[in-house]
Design a protein around this ligand. Structure first.
Ligand code: MG
Length: 162
């Protein structure tokens, strides 16, 4: 049995994951405008992952006989003036998402909702991956700085993300 609080947090997390998808697609738009199709592709794939996260939580709620309701998804409102900025914003965003997962986990622990805690373990591990891949990409982009040739090589590498 999920408490009202845990249910509300999970429902809100669906919204946050879909916002993440929207945010990353917005990053992809920026990179398309700048002519970096590999970076755009990388964030398109990231967008797909985020939709997958939202679907996972939706399915969990449905499996627990909860009627899922949606709220509006916020508009991504950042403007970028440098190639590294979306990558940096992405890392900050993933740290924020990790904190949200922790908050839900805390509420589940408080409610002795071990089922939800078990469900959330996947997300706890996933957030480590998300923060790591964002950190790795940021390290590379910052290292390359204004080196256009090297950035285009990296762009080619990012285009290969499955
Ligand atoms: Mg996510």
């Amino acid at each position: 049995m999920l408490t009202a609080k845990v249910t509300e947090l999970l429902m809100d997390q669906i919204n946050k994951e879909l916002y993440s998808a929207y945010l990353y697609l917005d990053f992809a738009n920026y990179y398309e405008d700048e002519g970096f199709e590999g970076f755009a592709h990388w964030y398109e794939k990231q967008c797909e992952e985020e939709v997958g996260h939202a679907m996972k939580i939706r399915e969990y709620l449905i499996d627990n006989s909860i009627s899922v309701k949606f709220e509006a998804i916020a508009k991504p409102d950042k403007t970028f003036t440098a190639l590294a900025q979306p990558v940096k914003a992405g890392l900050e965003h993933e740290k924020y998402v990790s904190s949200l997962i922790n908050t839900i986990d805390e509420a589940a622990l408080e409610a002795k909702d071990f089922r939800t805690m078990e469900f959330l373990n996947w997300f706890v591990k996933e957030q480590l991956e998300e923060e790591k891949s964002a950190t790795d990409l940021l390290t590379k982009v910052e290292l390359l700085g204004e080196d256009a040739h090297a950035l285009l090589v990296l762009d080619g590498e990012l285009a290969a993300r499955k």
